[in-house]
Design a protein around this ligand. Structure first.
Ligand code: GTR
Length: 423
């Protein structure tokens, strides 16, 4: 191996370890997993405006309180996303086929360039839609952890630069593409690393530099971290999907697991074009309430992953009660669109009960906007899908995305996006 190849190999190995290690975590010691030790806390009221007035109409929510809550999340949690769709953004469909997955699906691969520069940041979107669909279909959009070539053992999926052919399809268990298309849905996915590599303190790569002013080399105080960048990438993917004839751009479902579940919530909160939002095992900084300090805490996440959130989130390390928001307010930003929060029983690090409670406490906003909100006042049992506009599901097992999760995602999407469950 020559020196540059060795360097590349070492870099990809290090990156691989960085990416794998956190995903396969057990329950770290020294954190609270005991419900009786959850401290007393009181949640900020999503309907109580900063000036002390109570929001009592849908218009007041939309025109004044919603922008206020959104700003609080920008200022103190995820950071402000400093740019929208770049002017020079463009795409190129570099591969498409009618007969993918044994004839079940159409496959398309699209390179989305974020600027006019061919060597600037860009992402590759992989899209499967059902071959037998007569018109545009509702489509799941989700970032993947390990590269598009890992989601399905399809030899035509382009390897990312430096990608490893031997792991083709290794994440198939998390992406049951055949089931998804057989149920009448499309699936669009992107390697999250294309948007921003998940590496601490490396603000020179990914999309952050697109927003730098002259001389700037990292996001400013209160600006986006990596979750903000990944969420922005999802919106840019939607810009493309809205133009694709096989996709119904008004029925795109943004879904994500773990850190990418935090991302799907933040993306759905900011970009109201997403018709439905799903977070799977998203935990701290995702669906789980921070004030419960159950499993992963604000301090711990800011220490292990200082680049995920804005710098100001660190002010709340060990100081959750001072946060002007909690995560139920993130869910309330998605209202009145359907949102599904999924947890796994053994994934205590992500605090399943805290995820349920957050969904439940977003309900007043959903109800004010004329929906049924969260129908279940108590946390449901295992495998019992709550399919009100705010949905919740608790699956047996650990931190993962399984066939059962997809069964639930599809059932929930069928109910809320107008497909029948017998299809
Ligand atoms: C963990 C982190 C979680 C979750 C997970 C993942 O180590 O503590 O918040 O995001 O990584 O994304 O795999």
């Amino acid at each position: 191996m020559n020196a540059p190849a060795l360097l590349r190999w070492t870099a990809s190995l290090t990156l691989g370890l960085l990416l794998i290690a956190p995903e396969s975590m057990a329950q770290p010691e020294g954190f609270n997993y005991d419900e009786s030790k959850v401290p007393d806390y009181s949640l900020p009221d999503p309907l109580l405006a900063e000036d002390g007035s109570k929001v009592t109409s849908a218009d007041e929510w939309r025109l004044s309180r919603r922008p206020e809550v959104l700003r609080l999340f920008e200022d103190y949690v995820y950071g402000k996303t400093p740019i929208g769709r770049p002017e020079g953004m463009r795409w190129e469909v570099f591969e498409s086929s009618e007969g993918a997955i044994g004839g079940l699906a159409r496959r398309k691969q699209v390179r989305i360039f974020f600027s006019e520069d061919d060597n600037g940041p860009r992402m590759d979107l992989l899209l499967y839609t059902p071959s037998n669909a007569e018109g545009p279909v509702p489509t799941f959009l989700g970032l993947n952890f390990r590269g598009n070539h890992t989601v399905f053992p399809d030899p035509a999926i382009r390897l990312p630069e430096g990608g490893d052919d031997s792991v083709r399809g290794e994440r198939r268990g998390r992406w049951p593409v055949d089931t998804i298309v057989s149920n009448g849905y499309g699936l669009a996915t992107i390697w999250y690393h294309d948007i921003d590599p998940d590496v601490k303190d490396q603000w020179s790569d990914g999309v952050h530099p697109l927003a730098y002013a002259e001389g700037q080399s990292e996001p400013g105080s209160g600006e986006w971290g990596s979750i903000g960048a990944w969420a922005w990438g999802l919106s840019r993917a939607l810009d493309y999907l809205e133009t694709d004839d096989h996709v119904d751009g008004s029925r795109v479902i943004v879904m994500g697991h773990s850190r990418l579940g935090k991302t799907s919530l933040w993306s759905g909160a900011q970009d109201e074009r997403f018709a439905l939002v799903i977070s799977n095992d998203s935990g701290c900084g995702g669906a789980a309430l921070s004030r419960r300090r159950f499993g992963e805490t604000v301090e711990r996440i800011n220490t292990s992953f200082p680049h995920w959130f804005t710098d100001r989130f660190k002010r709340f390390n060990g100081n959750e009660d001072e946060l002007p928001v909690d995560q139920h307010m993130l869910i309330s930003l998605i209202a009145p669109r359907p949102v599904l929060v999924c947890s796994a029983e053994e994934d205590l690090w992500a605090d399943p009960r805290g995820e349920y409670l957050s969904a439940k406490h977003a309900s007043p906003v959903y109800e004010l906007l004329g929906t049924d909100g969260m129908a279940s006042r108590e946390m449901p049992g295992l495998n019992e899908l709550i399919s009100s506009t705010i949905g919740y599901h608790l699956r047996p097992g650990g931190h993962d995305v399984t066939d059962r999760d997809w069964e639930v995602f599809i059932e929930f999407a069928n109910r809320h996006l107008g497909r029948s469950n017998s299809q």
